[in-house]
Design a protein around this ligand. Structure first.
Ligand SMILES: Nc1nc2c(ncn2[C@@H]2O[C@H](COP(=O)(O)OP(=O)(O)OP(=O)(O)O)[C@@H](O)[C@H]2O)c(=O)[nH]1
Length: 376
């Protein structure tokens, strides 16, 4: 059973806000997702602090928090115009909000001062190191500016919140939770990305090694497997047979029923072979209507008996596609010899196949050994 590789419902819902052009690129998708997390986080934290400042008797700062909510929630709409624009717009709103809060409540001693660190954090998750560095410099300059302004006697409003320790407490807990949640969501989005890349890699690998029409191995892969089996047989001993299969009078099938039906016949026969072989054997499409089977740990006699079973199964099948007309296959089998190459073993199987055709088709012929061949 295929594992469920779809992202969680939260991520799927969030992706509705991400333009398809961004979704095509996994890294840009991850940055866009992180910016959306930033919007969700900032959009939920701002009203909490708004309510807190109302409770603490500072309605002007509370309204600053509430006023930041609409621009934060509008940021996803900017994603269509570019990730950098959306990211910088979000951070700019947060940055200005923090400047406003620090100006009103405590200056350099404001519990909100530490929240400037979130600017470079969000920038990093939403776009990489350069953006993070830019926002880190701006944040440091802002903090230094607040300090310098206070030192030089700039008139900060004398706002007294009712319960400063409570503000400190909520602010500290808020930043701890925000950082933790951001890291958790970032990790989730990174895991999704890795999983999707893995999936894409498997799909590409499958396309590179399998025949599109039949789903069995393609020529390159079956030849690679043949080399691998040859090395295994040479190292560990054991028999290994190569079986070349060709559909008889296939041109006539194409001519009578059309190429579409011809393709389906090729598919049916590939499927019949694939379902008959053992898990350790391999089936590949060698050419148009020609297949190569690698029968591992199989003696020549066993390979012949097995091939006979497939030949009979195909000959007995009455495909509705062909209006129940029989279709047959011919096969040539070569038992691999340690002193020959894969190409030589296939050449012997091909020679046996040629004999099977010559002898009347719908039959199996065993290859001669190399020495017998050169003597012939
Ligand atoms: N439909 C279809 N036909 C193919 C495909 N690949 C090759 N063919 C056709 O298969 C036919 C093979 O014909 P031949 O090589 O003359 O052999 P045959 O008619 O099978 O005769 P024997 O092999 O001698 O029994 C050709 O007409 C090719 O066009 C394919 O992928 N799909």
């Amino acid at each position: 059973m295929q594992p469920d590789t779809r992202p969680s419902p939260f991520f799927r819902r969030m992706r509705r806000f991400i333009p398809p052009a961004i979704q095509e690129n996994p890294v840009r998708l991850m940055h866009a997702e992180n910016i959306l997390f930033g919007c969700v986080m900032a959009g939920s934290i701002a009203p909490v602090f708004g309510l807190l400042y109302l409770y603490l008797g500072d309605p002007a700062t509370a309204w600053l928090c509430f006023a930041a909510i609409p621009p934060i929630l509008a940021v996803p709409l900017l994603l269509g115009r570019g990730i950098a624009l959306a990211r910088d717009a979000l951070i700019a709103v947060i940055f200005l909000l923090l400047l406003g809060i620090c100006y009103r409540v405590g200056g350099i001693s404001s519990p909100s001062i530490i929240w400037f660190s979130m600017c470079s954090f969000i920038a990093m998750l939403g776009g990489g190191l350069r953006a993070a560095l830019r926002w880190a410099i701006l944040s440091v300059l802002a903090v230094l500016g607040i300090y310098a302004a206070q030192k030089s006697g700039f008139p900060f409003p004398a706002v007294q919140v009712r319960d400063m320790p409570l503000l400190q407490l909520v602010s500290t807990i808020g930043i701890i939770c925000s950082v933790g949640l951001d890291i958790f969501l970032f990790e989730k989005s990174r895991t999704n990305l890795v999983r999707e890349l893995n999936q894409a890699m498997h799909a590409v690998q499958h396309l590179a090694t399998h025949d599109e029409l039949t789903g069995v191995f393609n020529r390159r892969e079956i030849l690679r497997l043949a080399e691998q089996e040859k090395h295994r047989a040479e190292r560990h001993g054991g028999d290994f047979c190569i079986c070349l299969i060709d559909i008889d009078h296939f041109k006539a099938i194409n001519d009578s029923f059309g190429h579409g039906i011809g393709d389906q016949v090729i598919r049916e026969i590939a499927c019949a072979m694939q379902s008959e072989v053992r898990k350790t054997d391999h089936v590949g499409r060698y050419g148009g209507e020609e297949f190569l089977m690698l029968l591992t740990s199989t003696s020549a006699d066993a390979a012949q008996a097995f091939a006979e079973r497939i030949r009979q199964r195909v000959a007995a099948a009455r495909l509705p596609l062909l209006e129940a007309k029989p279709v047959t296959i011919s096969m040539g089998i070569a038992a691999f010899r340690p002193d020959e190459t894969v190409a030589q073993a296939i050449a012997r199987a091909d020679e046996a196949l040629y004999r099977a055709k010559w002898e009347g088709r719908n039959r199996i012929e065993m290859a001669l050994g190399m020495r017998e061949r050169s003597a012939a």
